[in-house]
Design a protein around this ligand. Structure first.
Ligand SMILES: [Zn+2]
Length: 281
């Protein structure tokens, strides 16, 4: 068993993330004793679960399936309580409601660090809208429908009302802190060969904790992270004293898994497997 302990000091978000500790341990077997605790259930995994959830890999190689579109997509402009303290490019912007809540938390915490000029430029795009954008702007700017994370409702293009994102305090703050809210910078400047996409300092993808913490710490892309989970099969991660268990399963015809009833999350990887995240008690 390999154990890595990392100490990180984050001066930004004072409350819970000061001296954030992340440690990872890799085990080949499921955590022992877990299944004997009360409140576990056996779940049968179906093939369609490969294609839905927060961790789906969507790129030029892996297009989204219909079931990947988030079921809680809303119009932000019509939800006043979710758009406090930041701007919208226009009134038509849509996004998954759960992602909007995470973004709101993030923007409000950034404000405490005097970073307060966020603007959402793009969120969920339906397939028709994506195709129009692709035809109008070309492949340097947009992917065809089905090949964009925006088609799921899990990606946001975030700008600053003051200046370009690569120079803006908003961009710098996000690069350092977005992981705490479950977001990752999806297309880093030094990972173009892996993502196949140019540096986009504005494009943030929601994947949720603890995954965003691991990606930040190891400077992974989503491509690299999913490969890593597939290889390790089981990872325990400790973030701020809380333990999360992450397991990868290839999905065959009759895959069943044992999970704690109310504290697990299942996401597909869009490639042939699922990732089970077990949350702390
Ligand atoms: Zn984008």
């Amino acid at each position: 068993m390999l154990v890595i302990l990392l100490l990180l000091g984050y001066k930004g978000a004072q409350q819970i993330y000061e001296n954030t500790q992340i440690s990872l341990s890799y085990e080949n077997n499921q955590a022992q004793g877990e299944t004997s605790k009360e409140g576990y259930q056996t779940i049968e995994i179906t093939k369609d679960q490969i294609y839905q959830g927060n961790l789906l890999l969507v790129n030029k190689e892996y297009p989204i399936h219909e079931e990947a579109v988030m079921s809680d997509v809303i119009h932000l402009y019509q939800n006043e309580e979710l758009i406090r303290g930041y701007s919208l490019l226009d009134t038509s912007i849509q996004i998954s409601e759960s992602v909007a809540k995470a973004f709101l938390d993030m923007a409000q915490d950034a404000r405490k660090d005097n970073v307060s000029h966020f603007m959402i430029n793009s969120g969920y795009r339906g397939f028709d809208e994506q195709n129009q954008l692709y035809e109008k702007m070309g492949s340097d700017y947009a992917n065809p429908a089905g090949f964009s994370e925006h088609n799921m409702g899990l990606a946001l293009d975030i700008g600053s009302t003051q200046m370009k994102m690569e120079n803006a305090p908003e961009g710098k703050w996000l690069a350092k802190n977005a992981w705490k809210y479950g977001f990752i910078l999806r297309y880093p400047a030094d990972k173009i060969a892996i993502t196949g996409t140019a540096y986009e300092p504005w494009h943030y993808r929601y994947i949720g904790l603890p995954h965003s913490a691991i990606i930040q710490e190891y400077h992974f892309t989503l491509e690299e992270y999913l490969d890593y989970l597939k290889e390790k099969k089981h990872v325990s991660v400790h973030v701020d004293g809380e333990t999360y268990e992450i397991s990868y399963y290839p999905v065959s015809q009759d895959t069943t898994i044992n999970v704690p009833v109310n504290r697990h999350y299942i996401s597909g990887d869009n490639m042939g497997g699922i990732i089970v995240t077990m949350y702390p008690n």
